[in-house]
Design a protein around this ligand. Structure first.
Ligand SMILES: Cc1cc2nc3c(=O)[nH]c(=O)nc-3n(C[C@H](O)[C@H](O)[C@H](O)COP(=O)(O)OP(=O)(O)OC[C@H]3O[C@@H](n4cnc5c(N)ncnc54)[C@H](O)[C@@H]3O)c2cc1C
Length: 517
């Protein structure tokens, strides 16, 4: 069922069993699980069914410490959320990503990769990916004799497989299922501006919701799930300070901290002795499934060298020195630009994400780029601004901070890659100047990131270390949960959406089987 909140009488009361705030990858994945589940579900979306400049302006914010994408364009504020914009690159996190590593401060999730395997398989279906088993490189090698890994020491480097979603625009793909459901009540133009706790600050009493045309409504439910992405979930909890002066769930000053992104940066020139068999590392297609590998370091080698998890992609080409950061070229109206580029690529018959990867050729020269996790860092954070948006919510600003380990890990990765390519007689690695000096902690202007926002309401067993517990419930509040990338304790190397959906499905099962039984 769909209701436009602007059409309700001012001051309406909306009541239900479960209230989900946000309809992006996380919120919609949960809502779909409750279609026909016999409970009244209230699904709140701030925007409508299409992107609107006035809604995007509510996402305005500044990057206070270093360049980043314009925040108002880095997330979408309408039904389907940022899946209206994503590129579809998917791969599961590795077992080591969930483990406490004594060389990575604040690492370790209270759940393991094994806890997510069943949900990864379900997430693959929602995102229109192939079977979960197809992340195993051996399964690809078995299907196509030309797809084979480079002959490197498998104890050190292995091919980490990615699959490519079409990319699924969840708001388009799943709109009918939601709107036709009798028990899921979708309210568009329903922006939650405050999560209101009771006077004892141990449960949520209700929500204040505003529409863009100035109406205000109330929502009451038995259980609440915040699914607004890392920046805007943290913003909402911090801004909910009428009863809890530091914000809801923020008794230990963790809300908004530990913001993490993925470093994505051109790093090295690879020169091969003879053209490598690179098909596995570009795009291969088996039936409807599209995949490719990136070079990854084994967990044992990461442990030995005390570095972060990362991967390297490579494509035929030569570093020209004229490369620019995507931060510099991604404009505030990039929402429209990116869609136009993708549409053009699709029309050429090449297909969304795959179109961005150059085909394998007989080249000897390849350009390699890093994709790496970031050290969880409490100083890397979302902070509220004194300025408010049109609905009276303080704007959210980004303080994105790095550590020495972040850069050292990239350097060590490429040292090992150079040694291994040399040992195997395949070729050599020439790292870019910005990585040469081990004492230089600066970052070059070509630095970019994946548009991945993680960690601001992190999962931790102990409330002192994080905001939610292993079931995604906010510590100290009996009926408030968080879904999506905010709960990531660490950021892994792969893009996050597959894990966002897997973690959300796990939360949905918990609510169904243990809470709203
Ligand atoms: C250009 C680009 C490319 C990307 N490519 C990839 C990729 O290849 N692979 C990958 O894994 N990831 C990619 N991502 C990241 C991906 O889009 C996110 O991981 C994913 O969308 C996160 O889902 P979410 O539900 O947590 O947040 P979102 O999708 O941002 O959804 C949040 C929802 O909450 C709503 N909302 C926010 N605040 C409120 C409020 N107060 N009240 C009511 N509703 C509210 C929003 O309108 C939205 O519907 C990309 C992102 C961008 C921008």
């Amino acid at each position: 069922m769909h209701i436009d909140a602007r059409t309700l009488d001012n001051g309406s009361l909306i009541e239900g069993d479960l209230c989900i705030i946000g309809t992006g990858a996380a919120g919609l994945s949960i809502a779909l699980e409750w279609v026909a589940a016999g409970r009244k579900v209230i699904l709140l979306e701030a925007g409508g069914f299409d992107p609107e400049a006035r809604m995007q302006a509510l996402y305005r914010g500044a990057s206070l410490d270093r360049p980043y994408y314009p925040l108002q364009a880095a997330r979408l504020h309408y039904f389907g959320g940022t899946t209206g914009h994503w590129a579809g690159y998917c791969s599961p996190f590795d077992p080591i990503d969930f483990v406490k590593r004594d060389w990575v401060p604040h690492s370790g999730w209270p759940i393991t990769r094994a806890d997510l395997d069943v949900y990864y398989a379900r997430a693959n279906k929602l995102l229109e990916l192939g079977p979960y088993g197809m992340y195993n490189p051996s399964n690809w090698e078995g299907l196509d004799p030309e797809v084979k890994r480079l002959p490197l020491d498998g104890q050190i480097f292995y091919p980490k497989m990615w699959q490519f979603s079409p990319p699924t625009r969840m708001g388009t793909m799943y709109r009918d299922q939601v709107v036709k459901s009798d028990n899921v009540h979708l309210y568009t133009y329903a922006k939650v501006v405050e999560v209101v706790p009771n006077r004892d600050l141990n449960a949520i009493e209700g929500l204040r919701v505003k529409t863009i045309d100035g109406k205000e409504h109330q929502v009451r439910a038995r259980q609440y799930v915040v699914a607004c992405g890392s920046i805007h979930s943290a913003r909402l909890l911090l801004a909910s300070n009428s009863r809890a002066p530091n914000g809801v769930g923020n008794q230990n000053d963790n809300v908004g901290r530990f913001f993490q992104e993925h470093f994505e940066i051109m790093t090295a020139q690879l020169t091969f002795e003879k053209p490598p068999a690179a098909k596995m590392y570009t795009i291969s297609t088996i039936g409807e499934i599209r995949a490719r590998a990136e070079m990854a370091l084994s967990g044992d080698v990461q442990t030995k060298h005390r570095i972060l998890n990362g991967t390297a992609s490579f494509r035929p080409g030569v570093i020209t020195g004229t490369e620019q950061s995507r931060f510099a070229t991604f404009s505030p109206d990039a929402v429209a630009n990116v869609e136009a580029r993708r549409k053009a690529a699709r029309e050429k018959g090449k297909g969304g994400a795959a179109a961005q990867v150059a085909p394998a050729g007989p080249s000897l020269s390849y350009v390699s780029s890093t994709r790496q996790e970031q050290t969880p860092n409490p100083e890397s954070r979302i902070v509220l601004d004194a300025e408010k948006d049109e609905l009276g919510m303080p704007l959210a600003n980004l303080r994105w901070k790095f550590t020495k380990l972040d850069k050292r890990s990239i350097r060590v990765f490429y040292e090992l890659l150079g040694q291994e390519l040399g040992r195997a007689g395949l070729g050599r690695v020439q790292v870019m100047d910005w990585l040469l000096d081990g004492n230089d902690e600066s970052w070059p202007s070509i630095l970019a990131a994946g548009w991945h926002h993680m960690g601001t309401l992190r999962m931790a067993e102990n409330p002192k270390d994080g905001v939610v517990d292993a079931n995604c419930k906010v510590h100290g509040l009996s009926n408030l949960y968080v879904a999506g990338d905010p709960v990531f304790s660490t950021s892994g190397a792969p893009n996050p959406t597959l894990t966002v959906v897997a973690v959300a499905l796990r939360l949905s099962d918990h609510l169904k089987n243990k809470v709203l039984v």
